[in-house]
Write a protein that binds this ligand. Structure first.
Ligand code: PMP
Length: 376
């Protein structure tokens, strides 16, 4: 099997799974219980949180555990929108967000919040001038994805923060960093809120993190007995222990991993660019881990299944919206054919040069067969 859909999800690392298993077996107590078993679990959670906060360079109280980035995005946007309603009702997001952000925005619109969508340059970077122009006195939050999940476009988060805070220091800046963590260096000093999903960095499925700067006013979206707690419920002890391990391992050696992945990416681009009716959608600002291309004559589902016959697994636009047209490609190129024929090849430091050789061979065979059928 050759897996090239790492941006949809990653296989859990054995070390991380070890931490998960150990915590499951040896820490049975509920961290909210007062007895010694509860205390022991609580200590494990606290020490994992301490580790994560040190790795992120933030305070322990600023780490909130969720079920994944979808929930982190919900808590970030809905939790701050309702808590800061008195200050304003305006939110700015980019046009290259994960679909979960747009779902949340439509929900907030029903409660009277107004959403503006900031424009992009032709390479997919947030248009700074447009961002400045869209800021209003009623703006409470700006949310910009650090790395777009479909095209891999990486935004200059630090510069975006400077623009927002210069216009109005009270506006919160949230970034969905789900596709950034473990791929590029991140600095949480650049944002007030950030979302993560652990299964994207060789951790378990079912756990996410929301970083929330202590100065951010927020209300919970899930309500429980503990009114002070922004995410009440029994902490997922094994998932939290595994999260700390996944982050520690995931952010090691990023430069070396990126250099290796870039070489693989360049090999693929070089070969597939020679084929007729193939266009590259990733831009010069895309990280090499995510390569988005359009096979203009072939339906993505057809191609994905053709590759599956060789036990090669690649993605369509995003796992969360398979079958639909790629909104990111549409935003960037305004071309329906291009946006409805995208495939996403996502690479990892686990990918080998041999895998790419086999992938390219099978790609050529499948592509030529399907492309010629379309031309007949
Ligand atoms: N944001 C981004 C940028 C993503 O890539 C994803 C996963 N495709 C999510 C949010 C949602 O993550 P999850 O499905 O783990 O909730």
């Amino acid at each position: 099997m050759i897996y090239l859909d790492y941006s949809a999800t990653t296989p859990i690392s054995y070390d991380v799974l070890d931490s998960y298993n150990k915590a499951s077996k040896d820490f049975l107590g509920n961290p909210n219980s007062l007895h010694s078993l509860g205390m022991k679990s609580k200590e494990l959670v606290n020490s994992a949180t301490k580790q994560i906060s040190e790795l992120f360079g933030v305070n322990e109280s600023e780490i909130l555990y969720t079920s994944g980035a979808t929930e982190s995005n919900n808590l970030a946007l809905i939790g701050t929108a309702f808590a800061n309603q008195k200050r304003g009702n305006h939110i700015i997001v980019s046009k290259l967000e994960h679909p979960s952000i747009y779902g949340i925005c439509s929900y907030l619109e029903k409660f009277g919040f107004e959403i503006s969508y900031v424009n992009h340059t032709e390479d997919g970077l947030v248009d700074f001038e447009d961002l400045k122009e869209k800021m209003r006195s009623t703006t409470i939050l700006v949310s910009i994805c650090a790395v777009n999940s479909e095209l891999g476009v990486r935004q200059p988060i630090k510069s975006i923060r400077q623009i927002i805070k210069k216009e109005n220091p009270n506006v919160y800046f949230h970034s969905d960093m789900t596709q950034a963590l473990g791929k590029i260096p991140i600095n949480l000093k650049d944002v007030d809120l950030a979302s993560f999903s652990l299964h994207k960095i060789y951790g378990p499925k079912g756990i996410g993190i929301l970083y929330k700067n202590s100065g951010v006013k927020m209300i919970p979206i899930i309500h429980g007995s503990d009114k002070e707690n922004l995410r009440p419920g029994t902490p997922a002890v094994p998932l939290i222990a595994a999260a700390a391990k996944a982050i520690r391992l995931g952010i090691q050696d990023l430069d070396r991993k990126e250099t290796f992945i870039r070489k693989l990416n360049e090999r693929i681009v070089e070969e597939v660019s020679l084929l007729q009716n193939v266009v590259i959608n990733s831009t010069k600002y895309s990280i090499p881990h995510i390569l988005n291309i359009s096979l203009l004559n072939i339906r993505p589902e057809t191609f994905i299944h053709a590759m599956e016959e060789y036990e090669i697994y690649i993605g369509t636009n995003t796992a969360c919206s398979s079958g639909e047209i790629s909104s990111s490609v549409m935003v960037l190129y305004n071309d329906k054919k291009r946006a409805s024929t995208t495939i996403r090849i996502s690479l990892s430091y686990l990918t080998t040069a041999e895998e790419i050789t086999r992938f390219l061979n099978c790609f050529q065979i499948a592509y030529k067969k399907l492309n010629s059928l379309m031309e007949d």
